[in-house]
Ligand binder design. Structure first.
Ligand code: F0G
Length: 405
């Protein structure tokens, strides 16, 4: 385990109580400050020779591998997407497909580190609020660790596959009358009263695991830094995690420039994008977030200020895409590349298309779109947007007639 401390991102105070999620002094957001002195003596080729996935990057992780709770997360493909790129006017586009993690989303990267840390602390009960994927991941890792798990979900707004996973892995699935922001408020109250160990991304250990997606992209591109990385933004921790990873690689001298980090929000759920447009460092919560991309249906993103800093500090960008643009991008990924992502994940690709159209991104840029979750998480949305199965008689002639249409 690399030496580290937890500090307040706002006032810099060191925080030693592992069960608080905000700064006891100023109420600010917490973050992990890694001591990377030893890593500075290493090169990328000194990383573990055969291990792939999150724990390959153990020198950048604040948890002792002795307490590891892992389902072999990470190690996801980075696809060059030529056909998709030609369609949307970007010559050098890649898709990092996080839907191939053990529970089908990038959340597994954060959860292996978060639950390993909970294990290190001896936590018996863990919990989180979620739009779906975080709960699926936590339920799986809690099962693996033998911990009790409670997940707080916005009633009726979680995609079917995600709900099925949380139930399947044996979590106590609590359907909350309200949206994600309401569910998180309740989960935080439970954590403040020390009834459970909270594993939302307000817990500073979670984003540490999520840094690994950036480390992996760099490995896959042989440390030839891409111009831009595009991510969907919901509760806004993932773009912050990617930023933190960039800064750490720069600190140890493995890269000398950082990509323009670009966040995409759904138009009906866009507090961070609106703040970016107004050049603000803080955001106004959206009281009634709505979008087909339920994973990012969040009005009061916990890490919104960190996400804004990540975008400003890298010369990045933030904008919105409509539900129609999201569904169109999801279908393009399927029809041009054979990749099935969930709607929130398609927001990154819809965002790239828009950035080229409005002249923010250049067609020659090398761009990585992070596609955060698997399309099978939300089969209802897919079926609602595809033509229905074709009724067919039971003969070769029937089939031939249909194929010739
Ligand atoms: N993409 C997917 C598929 C997600 O599930 C999420 C967040 C995001 C993108 C946004 O990431 O919150 O770090 O900005 N899902 C959370 C959840 C909120 O509960 O599963 P973020």
């Amino acid at each position: 385990m690399a030496a580290h401390k937890v500090i307040c991102w706002d006032c810099g105070a060191e925080v030693t109580d592992p069960f608080v999620n905000t700064c006891p002094k100023c109420g600010g957001l917490l973050t992990v400050k890694m001591d990377l002195e030893k890593v500075k003596e290493m090169k990328p080729t000194d990383l573990h020779k055969t291990q792939i996935g999150v724990w390959r990057y153990a020198p950048f992780m604040p948890v002792d591998p002795a307490h590891k709770v892992s389902i072999q997360e990470g190690g996801t493909p980075l696809y060059p997407v030529k056909a998709l790129g030609e369609t949307i006017g970007c010559k050098n586009a890649f898709v990092k497909f996080e839907g191939l993690n053990p529970t089908g989303s990038f959340k597994d990267r954060g959860m292996t580190i978060g639950v390993s840390h909970a294990n290190e602390l001896g936590a018996k009960v863990v919990g989180c609020a979620s739009t779906g994927n975080t709960s699926a991941a936590l339920a799986a890792y809690a099962a693996k660790a033998g911990m009790k798990c409670a997940v707080f979900l916005p009633s009726g707004k979680v995609a079917m596959g995600k709900l099925a996973q949380a139930l399947f892995f044996g979590a106590k699935v609590l359907s909350i009358d309200g949206n994600f922001d309401d569910a998180l408020a309740l989960a935080r109250k439970m954590a403040d009263e020390r009834k459970l160990y909270l594993l939302n991304s307000i817990n500073p250990y979670r984003p540490e695991g999520q840094k690994s997606v950036l480390f992996e992209i760099m490995d896959q591109l042989a440390y030839d830094v891409p111009d831009r990385i595009i991510l969907p933004v919901g509760n806004a921790a993932n773009i912050w995690a990617v930023y933190k990873a960039c800064m750490e690689l720069k600190e140890v001298g493995w890269i000398d420039k950082v990509p323009m980090l670009t966040g995409i929000q759904a138009a009906g759920s866009a507090p961070v994008a609106r703040a970016f447009e107004a050049k603000n460092k803080t955001f106004e919560p959206e009281p009634n977030p709505e979008t087909v991309a339920t994973a990012i249906r969040i009005g009061n993103p916990v890490s919104g200020r960190k996400a804004l800093a990540a975008m400003y500090n890298t010369g990045g960008y933030c904008t919105t895409v409509t539900d129609e643009e999201i569904i169109a991008a999801q279908q393009l990924l399927g029809r041009k590349e054979g990749v099935c992502v969930e709607p929130a994940s398609a927001a990154s690709v819809a965002g790239l298309k828009k950035l080229i159209e409005i002249g923010v991104a250049d067609k020659d840029e090398r761009v990585v779109c992070i596609c955060t979750g698997n399309g099978l998480k939300d089969p209802d949305t897919i079926i609602n947007n595809c033509a229905p199965p074709i009724k067919c008689g039971n003969s070769v002639a029937d089939v031939e007639r249909i194929l010739s249409e």
